[in-house]
Design a protein around this ligand. Structure first.
Ligand SMILES: [Zn+2]
Ligand SMILES: [Zn+2]
Length: 114
């Protein structure tokens, strides 16, 4: 629990720089930045992410491997996707985004991961 609290604080500090458009390296679709406050760190269509952080938002990782969605859970923090790096095996939970008016995460895919 202590670890999760610390991660939240880092995310709030750095979300501005992370909230930008990108092209998904797994499915090739253009991903728009989120309209609301939160930042986007994975593709809403295939739910893939990329290993660029050692800690959320720090951009310190030199791995840059694709992170596949391998699981999901629903907790007090909401819906979360478990990502695993296909390059180095690093895993992390990321918040599922279901309230973006342009591109919400694919809920069908999320349900299959549960
Ligand atoms: Zn994608
Ligand atoms: Zn990695």
């Amino acid at each position: 629990m202590l670890y999760e609290t610390r991660v939240c604080v880092i995310m709030i500090k750095t979300k501005k720089s992370q909230n930008s458009n990108f092209t998904c390296e797994n499915c090739g679709r253009d991903v728009l930045r989120l309209v609301r406050e939160s930042f986007r760190n994975h593709c809403p269509f295939c739910l893939y992410s990329k290993h660029v952080d050692d800690e959320p938002g720090d951009r310190a990782s030199t791995c840059h491997g694709l992170m596949a969605p391998i699981g999901a859970k629903i907790s007090a923090k909401g819906q979360q996707i478990l990502h695993k790096c296909e390059n180095c095996g690093f895993t992390r939970y990321n918040i599922f985004c279901d309230d973006d008016p342009n591109q919400s995460d694919d809920y069908e895919l999320f349900l299959r991961l549960l």
